[in-house]
Structure formats: structure tokens, C-alpha cells
Design a protein around this ligand. Structure first.
Ligand SMILES: C[S@@+](CC[C@H](N)C(=O)[O-])C[C@H]1O[C@@H](n2cnc3c(N)ncnc32)[C@H](O)[C@@H]1O
Length: 438
């Protein structure tokens, strides 16, 4: 099983700080589709509930996990994730595949890998069943794959019922939503995808969005290079669509953290006369953002600047500012599970300070009677209502505007803004707040 070997190599890369998606792209290229899917399932399952697999492996080891060399630890953790998460493989075949990798990479540990994984295959589920029955918050955090301090923080902010939803959301397997360009026909695209075996149907929220059961590499899917569609989660689409409706009749939009230009491209595709000034601190993202707009054929209505948005100066005062702020990404952890294991309380505080400073700057820059749309993909109130609250308190000429989400599942923040709860493979967690300068 080459997928198992690739999964171990990908996992090793993430220990060196590379994103799963990036490493998967690199190592997955030479694999046939079935093996690529196996590698992807193993590494994402491994990362989503990392602390659970470590806990289970430890319970079957007669020596400290920390005393093993990294490659043996990786084999045991991914082997455990595979055995307890993948339903369609005969467990013995999976154990054998991991033992084969151990024989190649660390022959002296192959017998240990065989013994531990065999026990996990026969007894590991019992540990999971026990955790399922426990009412204890930390047992639940372990079961669903959330660091304890975050579970405690969310339980204090949201109460147990909503925290349970956030816990379960950790293991939702994400799939692609296709945001179609105004030039593309949804029925035509749908039938093209079906012909290629990609099951798809219309989103219940947006007339120009198709949902799929694919998590394939977008550039290899039909129509991508021609700009016919863009992969974008439906929560993110909701934010940029809000900017489109709020900028009706207005010309100048400033996208203060444009990143790779996903929302920038959407706004430009849906408007005719709007000009976007797009900023990002990362030169590499600015380059990628420009290529993204080129792909969509809307680059000429944008002006890009690489630099710190706390210091850059717009060519003209913007009528609308989108601040899609850097954040913990906690609403998207099922898609990017590495984030939760890297986050610390002090990192969260530093996000919160940066968000407050960026929002103050957004409010300073926007023209009189202009609009600021503040969004994060975070479920921490520190990054959302608290940020908005601090800026509203210190800026008397700013008010919050209520918005209508239509059918989109919005929940009012406490007391500012709106949340979308992470609830399906196409809808991540998001926060959005619209402010107006009087
Ligand atoms: C949530 S991402 C933006 C995603 C983007 N709006 C999109 O839809 O594709 C936040 C971005 O903020 C950028 N960033 C972080 N600190 C910044 C700063 N001080 N000034 C400008 N950009 C910053 C990051 O490089 C990152 O691309």
C-alpha cells in the first residue's frame, strides 16, 4: 500500500512545519487516486484527533512514547488513526502495511509496531466507547480532538450545548463547493462534473454554487484553469456576497487582508464598476492573488500592494472596507486541523490585539458614510465581539448595522455581529460584523 508510505512521509513533513495540504500535494502527485485518498484519509484522521491517538497508543505501550524515535511514533500514531477510523480496510492488512514501512525505516522497531497495532486493532475501540459515555468535558475534548484549554474556553463562552456542536465539528470531513463564474452555466458545469464521476448538486444558499463530494486537487478539475469556477467555502461566499450587496452604487473597495484573493475575485466577478485595492502583508500571497484575478479575467479592476495594512495608504478613501482578518482559523479546523495543535493562549491574545489595531485602521480609512465589513473564521469571542466592542467603545462615529442573512444559517453574536456555526462539509465557522461611519 503506497498510500501508507506516502502518509508517513507527509506526516514527517508536517512535523517540520509544512501544511498537510501542501505536503499531500507534493507526495500525492505520484500516487494513483485510491492510494492518494488513503494517504489523505490517514493524515487528516491522524491530525483531527491527534491527542486521542496519542492517548490510545500510550495505553498499549510498555515504555514512554517520548522514548521512541520520531519515525516509530509517526507509524504508531497514523496506524492507530487508520485502524480506528477507516472502516473499509481489513485491519490485518493495514497493520501489515504499517509493519512493512517500519521494516524499511526502522527495522529494530518493527516487532514493537506489530505488537502495539495488533492490540489497538482488537481493543482500541473500547477506549473510544468509554470516552463516549463520559460526561466529563476533558474526556469529550479528547474524544473529538480538541486541546483541553480550548474546550474549557469554549465551554465558558458558549455553554456545554454549543461547545458540543463545536466538538463534533472537529471531525466533519470537508468537501469542495464550486463557486461558478457569471460566465459559466450551472447546469452545464454540473453535467460536466457528473460525466467525470464528481457527484454534485446545487447549494441551498447560492444559485451559482455547486456542492460536491470531492476533495480533489482543484487545478486538475475541469474548467478551473479557464476561470469557470473557484473553490470557496459557502461561509466565505456569504461574506464576499455581503460586500457585493453593501457596495452597490459605490465604487472603491479596500480589501485590507486580501490573501490569495478568493473574496477579492468573487467581489470583482459579481460587480461591474467596482475597483478593489487589495493589500496583504505577504508578497507571495499578493503574487498568488494577482494570478487568481488573472485566471478570473478581472485583474485590471484591482490595485495590489504588499505591506502592513497598519501602514499602507490607499490611493483614494474607500467607500467599503473588507477586513477579513488574520485569526486562529478555529471555525475551519476540520479543513485545517494543524491549527488547533499550534494555537496557544498567548497567540490568541496576539491575534486579538492585531485584529483590534487593524479594525481601528479600517474605521479610520473608510470614507464618511462608508461601510466596514469585519470577518474572521474564528469561533473565539476574543477575536470577534470583543474586538468589535473595543473599537466601538473608542470610536463614537461608528455604529453597527444589522444584516439579513436570508436562508443562510446566521446566529446573532453576543452582542455584536453574526456567527455561522461549522455545521456541514461545505459550511465552516465564521464571524461577520458590519459597521458604518456616520
Ligand atoms: C484570513 S486571511 C485572508 C483571506 C482572504 N481574504 C481570502 O478570502 O482569500 C488573512 C490574511 O491577512 C494577512 N495579514 C496578516 N497580517 C497582516 C497585516 N498586518 N497587514 C496585511 N495583511 C496581513 C495574511 O497574510 C493573510 O493572507
Amino acid at each position: 500500500m503506497r498510500g501508507v508510505e506516502a502518509a508517513i512521509a507527509i506526516w514527517g513533513e508536517t512535523r517540520r512545519g509544512i501544511f498537510l495540504s501542501q505536503a499531500l500535494r507534493r507526495f500525492g502527485e505520484d500516487l494513483v487516486e485510491g492510494e492518494r485518498q488513503l494517504a489523505s484519509t490517514l493524515v487528516y484522521s491522524g491530525m483531527r484527533r491527534y491527542s486521542l491517538w496519542v492517548d490510545i497508543v500510550k495505553s498499549f505501550l510498555h515504555r514512554p512514547l517520548e522514548s521512541l524515535v520520531p519515525i516509530t511514533k509517526d507509524i504508531l500514531i497514523l496506524g492507530c488513526a487508520g485502524l480506528l477510523e477507516i472502516k473499509h480496510f481489513f485491519p490485518q492488512a493495514l497493520v501489515n502495511a504499517f509493519v512493512e514501512v517500519a521494516k524499511k525505516k526502522r527495522p529494530t522497531d518493527a516487532a514493537l509496531v506489530n505488537a502495539v497495532l495488533r492490540r489497538i486493532a482488537s481493543e482500541g475501540k473500547l477506549r473510544i466507547e468509554k470516552l463516549k459515555d463520559s460526561p466529563n468535558l476533558f474526556d469529550q475534548a479528547l474524544l473529538w480532538g480538541l486541546p483541553h484549554w480550548i474546550a474549557r474556553r469554549w465551554a465558558e463562552s458558549w455553554g456545554m450545548e454549543l461547545t458540543k456542536k463545536l466538538l463534533i465539528a472537529q471531525i466533519i470531513k470537508p468537501y469542495l463547493s464550486f463557486r461558478l463564474s457569471p460566465k459559466a452555466s450551472i447546469d452545464e458545469m454540473s453535467s460536466q462534473l457528473s460525466k467525470r464521476g464528481i457527484k454534485n448538486w446545487k447549494s441551498p444558499y447560492f444559485s451559482y454554487v455547486l456542492r460536491s463530494l470531492s476533495f480533489g486537487h482543484p487545478p486538475s478539475i475541469i474548467g478551473y484553469s479557464e476561470g469557470s469556477w473557484t473553490p470557496q467555502t459557502e461561509s466565505s461566499i456569504f461574506v464576499s456576497e455581503k460586500v457585493v450587496s453593501l457596495s452597490a452604487g459605490k465604487r472603491r473597495v479596500l480589501d485590507m487582508c486580501a490573501g490569495r484573493g478568493i473574496k477579492t475575485g468573487h467581489i470583482l466577478e459579481k460587480t461591474q464598476n467596482t475597483i478593489i485595492e487589495a493589500w496583504d502583508i505577504s508578497k507571495k500571497k499578493v503574487y498568488t492573488g494577482q494570478r487568481e484575478l488573472e485566471r478570473l479575467g478581472v485583474l485590471e479592476r484591482s490595485v495590489w500592494k504588499a505591506g502592513n495594512s497598519l501602514e499602507l495608504v490607499p490611493d483614494e478613501a474607500p467607500d467599503v472596507v473588507l477586513l477579513d482578518a488574520p485569526c486562529s482559523g478555529s471555525g475551519t479546523w476540520s479543513r485545517h486541523p494543524e491549527g488547533k495543535w499550534k494555537l496557544s493562549a498567548s497567540k490568541l491574545r496576539s491575534y486579538s490585539r492585531l485584529q483590534r489595531d487593524l479594525l481601528r485602521r479600517a474605521v479610520d480609512l473608510v470614507a464618511a458614510e462608508g461601510i466596514v465589513v469585519y470577518s474572521t473564521c474564528s469561533m473565539f469571542r476574543e477575536e470577534n465581539e470583543a474586538t468589535v466592542g473595543k473599537v466601538l467603545c473608542s470610536t463614537p462615529d461608528i455604529i453597527e448595522i444589522e444584516i439579513d442573512g436570508g436562508d443562510f444559517p446566521l446566529q446573532r453574536g453576543r452582542p455584536f455581529g453574526y456567527y455561522t456555526w461549522p455545521s456541514s462539509p461545505w459550511v465552516d465557522g465564521f464571524f461577520l460584523c458590519v459597521l458604518m461611519k456616520r
